[in-house]
Design a protein around this ligand. Sequence first.
Ligand code: TXA
Ligand code: MG
Length: 319
Amino acid sequence: MSVVGTDIYEAVRLIREGDVVAIPTETVYGLAADAENEKAIERVFAIKGRPRKNPLIVHLAEGMPLSNWVSEIPDKAELLMKAFWPGPLTLVLPRAQAVSSMITSGRDTVAIRIPAHRMTRELLRAFGGALVAPSANPSNYISPTTAEHVSAQLGKQIPYVLDGGPCMKGLESTIIAFPDGIPTLLRYGSISKEEIEAVIGPLATYTQSSDIPAAPGMMKKHYSPRTPLLLVDDIVDAIENAQGAIGILCHSPKEFADSKVLFKETLSRIGDIQEAAKELYSAMHRLDRRGLDVILAERFPDEGLGKAINDRLERAAHD
Ligand code: TXA
Ligand code: MG
């Protein structure tokens, strides 16, 4: 079983030895390894059960030279860096020669982000290099937003979980790529599309046409609890039609009379979207531990962070 603690230098020591360690970030917990150690990167894929064709994000500290990792920075990427780094924004950019093809899954681009979490920044500074860090969940399962989520899922496979408290944002970073120079949203995330567009103008949206996505991590099924989950517009109607023990995931307080409803998770008491995003995965983890037959999740209004939450719920619902 892994040790859970707050010792940044222990985490650095293990990473230097080529171990894989779970780390907090402002979005979700990551499974971190030295981005220049291919054996360690190999372990990250193995621990997550992650397909090799799904590339990793390189995490850097502020002030580390980007030129070791990327070969070109479009003007609009530069604007986004100034506006949102450090923070929950990942940029997919042309890669530098030296970047391991294990990180990029053989692509000619690399995903980069500079996280904002205080402990992550200290860790990156103390380590002095770059870390790959996919979300610290088994591939396709719900992402972890607490150290406890990580140890419950992957505790047997990693020596240390650096505990930075519950993640403040609770949703993964927003990912922007620049195919043919055109800023394109690859993944909805903690920074809304509207916030990005306020800085660089309209974004193209990546649309998925098959199960072999051009944005490799955008699998239709992802972020999924083991309990079947349905994303619904009318929750009362859905309760009537559902069989067995029901769990509810709703955005603001509501009462349900039906005795089939065994558990209810309310994401925000005051209907605050940021709070809802922060609580989403924790609520999904709790519901998934209840032994329910079905989770009914209420669709969010399709704007701002609501789009990112709906995106996660749609993937969680996909079978
Ligand atoms: O918030 C986050 O970004 C978290 C924290 C830990 O930093 N990390 C995270 O990593 O969500 P992961 O591996 O769970 O998701 C990374 C996504 C995947 O969908 C992957 O396919 C995509 O980034 N990605 C990575 N490199 C890419 C590339 N070169 N081109 C397109 N997509 C890429
Ligand atoms: Mg992930």
